[in-house]
Unconditional design. Sequence first.
Lengths: 97, 97
Amino acid sequence: MDAKFKAINDPTRREILQFLVNGPQNAGQIASQFDMSKPSISHHLDLLKQAKLIQADKKGQFIEYKLDKTGFEVIHAWFKTFSTYFEFPKPKIRIEI
Amino acid sequence: MDAKFKAINDPTRREILQFLVNGPQNAGQIASQFDMSKPSISHHLDLLKQAKLIQADKKGQFIEYKLDKTGFEVIHAWFKTFSTYFEFPKPKIRIEI
DNA sequence: TTTTAATTTAGACATTCGCTTAATTATCTA
DNA sequence: TAGATAATTAAGCGAATGTCTAAATTAAAA
């Protein structure tokens, strides 16, 4: 739990998550998006992985990262705790177009 | 944005938020829930207030704190960014009991 | 008006965090 | 097998964080 909130606390890590919405990317591709050393990005990826917000798949010489539903679901569950308080209005019927 | 993620990163501050689901509480009541000095709790309350996750209302000698929807909505919006990726299944029709 | 109570502000200190460069591990290819 | 490439691990450093005690502020009570 702590690891997940810690992971999304850093702006670089949040950017990495956003970047991965485009689909899986290897560590080098991710690092190239940032004006920061590769070891730093590697460290960020490690924290995101520990938090189960991303998954790592070794593809030969490369390591491919993608979003991991597991961690997001846990955080989402935490948020639901507050929905009772705020009573977010929900549609009775939703029309699908 | 940063302030909100920073605010929910700390376990004590998350506990304070949970505690406030029970309804508004003054600073002393909140502090009494924790084995921690009042100044520390006061500092946590300040960070939560800056993040617009709680609101402070001065009631005479006391200061009453309650949850603030504003901050929660912003964080919730951030989360929605990822819903497209995960395609959380949604009910076509929801029956209200 | 003096005292008491609620809360915050200020200052100090240890720990954690994010970053860098240098070294290491693993894989591919000539 | 040697050399090059992808990525991580290690070591170190300044800045930010969370906590405390003590002092200041504000409002109610006596």
